[in-house]
Design a binder for this molecule. Structure first.
Ligand SMILES: C[S@@+](CC[C@H](N)C(=O)[O-])C[C@H]1O[C@@H](n2cnc3c(N)ncnc32)[C@H](O)[C@@H]1O
Length: 247
């Protein structure tokens, strides 16, 4: 199944699946990074915005916030959530904006959906082109050499008389530039369980490779993957928040 088909199927359950994600602290943390490192342009674009939770937070902070995604059903939900924001159906690896922006974000490891190193480079070039000088690009990433392939995140939820169980985990065979995310959803209604699972491809990259791709375009700051405290990356953790300032 392609990533796009996956999110078309998933769109109706997406917010339920992400109910445990602390979108508020993620958005607050990135707003803080923008205050520290950015310019005063309060214009924002969220790449791979999905159903628009971060766009809503940045609009509430007073940003002129917008989102892009490659999946129309996800964007349809985002538009309902944030009727005043702009959303566009675009590929983050080749997108354009009408006016240069002060802040571009990409949350929930979605930058890895660029799929290959060449596409990741194209995404970085598109972001650089879309920012003002001094504008900030923030995203989170996982280092391919530190991926915990044994960890499976699982949570359950109830909706409309059905019990849902969602689980997800990374797969990486230790070589090359392809990793994948495995997803499993179980829906039980009146003791009948439907199981739906998928594995979709993502780009695998080490933090050293990623820094080398970014540094021709940005001053790169790396932080621990903790949205409640800003702590510089300790150079060993496998998950991190990248804050890149356009040079
Ligand atoms: C895990 S969801 C993340 C959504 C949102 N950022 C969040 O934090 O909830 C990944 C999103 O990436 C989108 N996506 C995947 N590949 C993309 C691409 N090349 N360009 C833009 N969006 C893409 C999917 O359609 C999906 O909405």
């Amino acid at each position: 199944m392609t990533t796009n088909a996956l999110y078309t199927d998933l769109s109706g359950y997406y917010d339920l699946m992400c109910a445990d994600i602390d979108y508020t602290s993620q958005s607050n943390c990135v707003r803080r990074l923008h205050q520290i490192f950015g310019n005063d342009r309060a214009s924002h674009l969220d790449l791979a915005c999905g159903t628009g939770p971060h766009v809503q937070h940045f609009a509430d902070f007073g940003f002129q916030s917008s989102g892009l995604d490659i999946n129309q059903p996800m964007l349809d939900i985002a538009r309902q959530r944030c009727p005043n924001a702009d959303f566009s159906l675009q590929d983050m690896c080749n997108f354009g904006v009408d006016n240069p922006l002060g802040l571009i974000t990409c949350f929930l490891y979605s930058i890895h959906y660029s799929g290959s190193i060449d596409q990741l480079k194209a995404c970085i070039v598109s972001v650089h082109r879309a920012l003002n000088t001094g504008g900030v690009f923030c995203f989170n990433s996982v280092d391919k050499h530190k991926i915990d392939t044994t960890a499976f995140v699982r949570h359950t939820a109830e909706q409309d008389g059905s019990h849902f169980s969602f689980s997800s985990g990374w797969r990486y065979d230790g070589q090359g530039d392809k990793q994948s995310l495995r997803l499993k959803i179980e829906k039980t209604t009146n003791n009948i369980t439907q199981v739906w699972q998928d594995e979709h491809p993502m780009v695998a990259v080490s933090f050293n490779e990623l820094k080398a791709l970014l540094e021709p375009y940005f001053e790169v700051h790396i932080f621990e993957h903790d949205y409640d405290k800003l702590i510089l990356w300790d150079t060993t953790s496998g998950n991190a928040i990248f804050c890149c300032v356009k040079i």
